[in-house]
Design a protein around this ligand. Structure first.
Ligand SMILES: [Zn+2]
Length: 302
C-alpha cells in the first residue's frame, strides 16, 4: 500500500509538470530576420568583421556575412525555411507546456518573457518534415528562448521525436543550440532529461535508424552532454562553440591559457569530436543526401 501511495505521489508530480495548453489557433510568425538591432534600419553590422550588410541581402545569403563567413544566429522559422521542403513541416507535441514544478521564484516571468521575445511556447519545436524528398522527424532548438536550455518540455519533445521516429521507422534530425545546458529553474527534473533523451537516442539506434545531429552556435552543457553529441553523424556550422563547460569556465578551473579557437567547430573537427563542418548554404543538400543514403530499403546503385 505504501509503495502504491508513493507511486501515486510520483504520478501526480509528473502530471503537474505538463500543463495542458488551452486550445486556440496560434498564428506562427513568418521567417523573421536576425534579432540583433533589427529595428535599427536597413543595415546590419557583422559582429565579427564589422562589415555593414544590407539586411534584405542577408536572407539571400542564409544570414551569413559574405565578407568573413560569420554565421548569424537564426530563429527556428528561418531554419525551417532554409532546411525543410516547403509546406512539409507538421509540428507535434504542442500540448506540452512548461509549468513551475519546483515553485522557482521568477521562473513563470522568465518563461513569459521568452515567449514574448520568440513567439514560441518553448525552447524547441519538434515535428515531422521532408528534407529534399526524404521524410524524417525534426527538432530545432531556439537559443533566444532562455538560451536554448533544456527543461522538462524540451527534454520530452526531444524524447518523443525519437519515439515517433521509431514508430514510423524514420531518421531523426536535431538542430541543437543550447548555451544554457540544463535549465536550472527545474533543478533535478531538468538534469533527468539528459538521461531520458540519451536513452531515447539509444533505443532509436538499436532499431537501426539514423540520427543526424547538427550543432549550431553555441551547443554546450547538458544539451551537448546528452542527445546533441550522440548522433550517428555530427555536423556543425562554421565557428560554432561546442563543448561541455564554456571556455571561460575551463580557463578559470584549470588556470591555463587555452589554445586559439578552443571549443570552436574547427577545433572539434581537428580533434575528432565531430564529422564535418557544413556551411549553412550547403546544409540542406548535405542533410538531404545523408538521409537519402540511409533510407530504409534503399539499395545503393553501383
Ligand atoms: Zn563579417
Amino acid at each position: 500500500m505504501q509503495v502504491n501511495g508513493c507511486l501515486e505521489g510520483v504520478d501526480s508530480m509528473f502530471k503537474d509538470l505538463f500543463r495542458t495548453k488551452p486550445k486556440y489557433v496560434t498564428v506562427r510568425p513568418q521567417a523573421v530576420s536576425i534579432k540583433q538591432d533589427s529595428s535599427a534600419g536597413l543595415w546590419e553590422k557583422c559582429p565579427n568583421c564589422e562589415n555593414l550588410i544590407y539586411k534584405k541581402g542577408l536572407e539571400q545569403s542564409f544570414y551569413v556575412c559574405e565578407k568573413c563567413d560569420f554565421h548569424f544566429r537564426i530563429d527556428v522559422w528561418e531554419r525551417l525555411r532554409q532546411i525543410v521542403d516547403e509546406g512539409t513541416f507538421e509540428e507535434l507535441h504542442t500540448d506540452l507546456v512548461s509549468d513551475n514544478p519546483l515553485g522557482f521564484p521568477g521562473y513563470p516571468e522568465k518563461l513569459a518573457q521568452a515567449r514574448e521575445k520568440t513567439g514560441l511556447d518553448e525552447g524547441l519545436i519538434a515535428g515531422r518534415a521532408v528534407i529534399q524528398g526524404n521524410p524524417c522527424m525534426l527538432a530545432i532548438a531556439d537559443f533566444d528562448f532562455m538560451a536554448g536550455s533544456m527543461g522538462s518540455v524540451v527534454g520530452e519533445r526531444v524524447t518523443r521525436t525519437f519515439e515517433v521516429a521509431m514508430e514510423q521507422e524514420l531518421a531523426a534530425v536535431v538542430f541543437s543550440a543550447g548555451g544554457g545546458g540544463a535549465r536550472m529553474q527545474e533543478g533535478v527534473l531538468s538534469l533527468m532529461q539528459m538521461a531520458k533523451t540519451s536513452q531515447a537516442v539509444e533505443r532509436h539506434h538499436q532499431e537501426g535508424l539514423l540520427y543526424l545531429s547538427v550543432l549550431t552556435n553555441p551547443t554546450l552543457g547538458g544539451v551537448y552532454a546528452s542527445f546533441a553529441s550522440l548522433g550517428d553523424f555530427l555536423l556543425a556550422e562554421p565557428g560554432a562553440l561546442i563543448g561541455f563547460a564554456g571556455p571561460r569556465i575551463v580557463e578559470e578551473a584549470t588556470r591555463q591559457k587555452l589554445p586559439n579557437g578552443f571549443q570552436s567547430a574547427e577545433f572539434a573537427l581537428e580533434h575528432g569530436m565531430i564529422d564535418k563542418i557544413v556551411h549553412r548554404k550547403d546544409l540542406r543538400q548535405v542533410i538531404g543526401r545523408i538521409l537519402h543514403m540511409h533510407r530504409k530499403g534503399l539499395v545503393p546503385s553501383a
